[in-house]
Design a protein around this ligand. Structure first.
Ligand SMILES: Cc1cc2nc3c(=O)[nH]c(=O)nc-3n(C[C@H](O)[C@H](O)[C@H](O)COP(=O)(O)O)c2cc1C
Length: 172
């Protein structure tokens, strides 16, 4: 079991990685372990409204890359995880979307703990319908994000954060 300082270090050390070592492979087993990490996120009524499509295939990555300005990241990634909101499991859109965010963050942190890198891609949502159709997914599943992951080409510099004092509105 990790100590609390280790968990804080893991959270602080996660970086958005946008360049990966080409032609490295991530196994389906590893991808499944990442999905397992995501699936342990909390959700309202434990409704678990998330679904996933795993993409390792180079040609399919290339087709997906056309739907975002971040296509070079998609192409360089060793794998993609497309995250969907499964509408039949929904009970409250706002809360379901928050749960899916928690699920994604669980995956990003676990990916970091494996020594891999990842980035949460949201800009691609401007073409969410086209990505869904390309992946042969029915309209009851709505694309929420694409996670690009792989072996980092390099570890990016840390990004800045607002000081905690600026974030806390009040202490009573
Ligand atoms: C909802 C959301 C959407 C994002 N979309 C993109 C994206 O489309 N392209 C990209 O390069 N990074 C994207 N990011 C990553 C952010 O740019 C990144 O998390 C932020 O700049 C902080 O950097 P860090 O993750 O290294 O701490 C997204 C992050 C979130 C949470």
């Amino acid at each position: 079991m990790k100590r609390d300082e280790d968990i804080l270090e893991l959270i602080k050390n996660r970086r958005s990685v946008r360049k990966f070592q080409l032609d490295r492979e991530i196994t389906v087993e590893t991808l499944k372990s990442i999905i397992t990490a995501g699936s342990f996120a909390p959700s309202g009524h434990n409704n678990q409204p998330w679904r996933f499509v795993l993409v390792k295939d180079k040609e399919l990555k290339s087709k997906i890359s056309k739907f975002t300005n971040y296509g070079s990241i998609v192409n360089s990634a060793n794998a993609l995880i497309a995250v969907f909101f499964h509408h039949p499991d929904s009970y409250d859109r706002d809360k379901d979307l928050m749960a899916i965010g928690a699920c994604i963050q669980n995956m990003l942190l676990y990916i970091t703990s494996l020594g891999l890198g990842s980035v949460w891609l949201g800009e691609i949502l401007k073409n969410k319908e086209r990505v869904r159709e390309l992946l042969n997914i029915p309209p009851e599943d709505e694309l929420m994000a694409v996670i690009a992951l792989g072996y980092p080409a390099f570890i990016p510099k840390p990004t800045s954060r607002k000081p905690v004092e600026e974030l806390i509105i009040n202490v009573y």
